[in-house]
Design a protein around this ligand. Structure first.
Ligand code: MG
Length: 209
């Protein structure tokens, strides 16, 4: 693996335990009742956050627990708040799979980039905070989602990184936990390693995505 120069990491689910963070964030906004737990469980991975929040508000309204005069406004307000809670939790996170510690080790030998499905502005803010707190080393670059679906956005980012670093696809590896990461690596044409394998020393194995 001596030829590898650049490691490109996904963020959500790869470096931080986003699933738990995103799940728990709903219960900072709403009571932790079976009814709401059910809505969250059913929709969290299928619907965008504002739809989940709208579903919860509608369910609560039926119970007369909450009567937003303007539902849309309330959804907007709570979605914004939800985002803030998630972001704060990520900044306070210590990483998963020991990934933050591993970044410090890897930084000695590789250029490290983030290629995230989260929009550019928030992901940059989160990484900046994590760096300022010395939880992670200073990374070479952070690229988020600009537009288009997650796979397309990740392919575009891989292309950008290749240009910035002036390297070949063979000198890059994408590390992630999701199908989008794998798809993006395959479409772009670089090696893909699942985060769990990577942290177990999988980088030495010739894993064909
Ligand atoms: Mg992920």
């Amino acid at each position: 693996m001596k030829e590898i120069k650049v490691l490109v990491f996904d963020f959500d689910g790869t470096l931080v335990n986003s699933n738990t963070i995103k799940h728990d964030a709903y219960f900072y906004l709403f009571p932790n009742t079976e009814k709401i737990r059910k809505i969250v469980r059913k929709n969290i991975s299928r619907k965008p956050r504002w739809d989940v929040i709208e579903d919860i508000l509608n369910a609560l309204q039926k119970d007369d627990l909450l009567k937003p005069e303007d539902l849309k406004k309330e959804v907007e307000r709570l979605t914004q708040k939800y985002g803030e809670i998630v972001e704060k939790a990520m900044i306070n996170s210590s990483g998963i799979h020991g990934s933050f510690v591993e970044l410090w080790n890897l930084k000695k030998n590789y250029e490290i980039y983030i290629n995230s499905g989260t929009p550019t502005e928030p992901i940059k803010r989160i990484i900046r905070e994590l760096t300022a707190r010395k939880k992670i080393p200073k990374l070479t670059g952070v690229l988020g989602r600009e537009n288009g679906d997650e796979t397309t956005s990740k392919v575009k980012n891989l292309e950008k990184i290749m240009k910035i670093e002036n390297i070949t696809k063979k000198e890059m590896v994408m590390i992630g936990d999701g199908i989008f990461d794998k798809q993006a690596a395959n479409l772009f044409g670089c090696k893909f390693i699942h985060i769990s394998k990577f942290l177990k020393g999988g980088m030495a194995n010739d894993q064909k995505g």
